[in-house]
Write a protein that binds this ligand. Structure first.
Ligand code: HEM
Length: 294
């Protein structure tokens, strides 16, 4: 897996060779996570730009609009239909990829009976994996680049000691969580801080705020890759729904950030030109104008 990640990231960044400036998101961080997860799933190369566009449309929300737009609903249906057809095809002609493995996987029902996943189940799972595995890494790596640009002494620390790149990724994940809120329904009445939330209520858990809780992190609004406190981090969620892609996300983010800092240790970012996304449950930048030297 590490080899796949390293080779996709280095191929993607190599396309920027010789350019003095580019958009870090559009030209780099939005591209490699989709390539990696698509490769793992077994999505043909020619279909990958379409998957990326659908994922964007699924997550995008118009400012001020309530509910889901027609474009979002259409992208959702198209992507799910695409994965359904792909699962059917892989069942007929399996390859060396995850969707093919899922068509062959057997589930032990506990009673000795073994069943197979249906094409609908494989489509649902691929859909979740594709969406969850792309936009979040896109945001985390761009966030880290912006934060290190704002904190050049910490950027220098990582350039001088590449072993610190992991700390840079973790602190970026804490400081600007790409997945900053999680939805739940309460399964029982629950009282927290003197307020009772009734059973069956929809609740937003603002994990992005938990990452800045002063009871857990001293001076929480300071970006600091040398933090040593170890509260339970919630950037990848917590408990039974903890991110199944956390290890992959960390590998991708460390590798991408290392590539950026190795190639362009003195990069500059035009913050005036930065734009934020407007997405359902992903936060970060859609555009980060990047110059290879300050
Ligand atoms: C920086 C990158 C990422 C961040 C910040 C992130 C964050 C999260 C968070 C906060 C959750 C918990 C959601 C909840 O509690 O409702 C989650 C779940 C999940 N993530 Fe990630 N994720 C990242 C990358 C990935 C990648 C690369 C994959 C796929 C390979 C992935 C697949 C998933 C899946 C399938 C779930 C649902 C798990 C479940 O409900 O049991 N994520 N992620």
């Amino acid at each position: 897996m590490d080899d796949l990640v390293a080779s996709v990231i280095s191929d993607t960044i190599a396309l920027l060779n010789g350019r003095a400036s580019f958009d870090l998101v559009a030209d780099f961080t939005a591209i490699f996570p989709n390539e990696i997860i698509s490769g793992i799933l077994g999505i043909p190369r020619s279909d990958r730009p379409l998957i990326r566009q659908w994922t964007h449309d699924i997550l995008f929300r118009e400012e001020g609009a309530e509910g889901v737009s027609e474009k979002t609903a259409n992208a959702y249906a198209s992507q799910l239909g695409y994965f359904y057809e792909l699962a059917r095809e892989k069942r007929e002609h399996p390859g060396d990829d995850m969707i093919s493995s899922l068509t062959e996987a057997e589930i032990d029902e506990g009673s000795g009976a073994r069943t197979r996943l249906t094409d609908e189940e494989i489509a649902d799972f691929s859909f979740v994996l594709g969406a969850a595995g792309t936009e979040t890494v896109t945001k985390l790596v761009a966030n880290a680049a912006v934060l290190l640009h704002r904190n050049p002494e910490q950027r220098r620390m990582i350039v001088d000691d590449p072993g610190l790149v992991a700390a840079g990724v973790e602190e970026s994940l804490r400081y600007w969580a790409p997945s900053h809120l999680q939805g739940r329904y309460t399964m029982a009445d629950i009282t927290l801080h003197g307020v009772t939330i009734p059973k069956s209520s929809p609740v937003f858990l603002i994990t992005g705020a938990a990452n800045r809780d002063p009871r857990a992190y001293p001076d929480p609004d300071r970006f600091d890759i040398t933090r040593t406190e170890l509260p339970v981090p919630v950037g990848f969620g917590f408990g039974v729904h903890y991110c199944i892609g956390a290890a992959l996300a960390r590998t991708e983010s460390r590798c991408a950030l290392t590539e950026i800092l190795t190639r362009w240790p003195e990069y500059a970012i035009d913050e005036e030109g930065m734009r934020r996304v407007h997405m359902a449950n992903v936060a970060g930048f859609s555009n980060v104008p990047f110059a290879v030297a300050a």
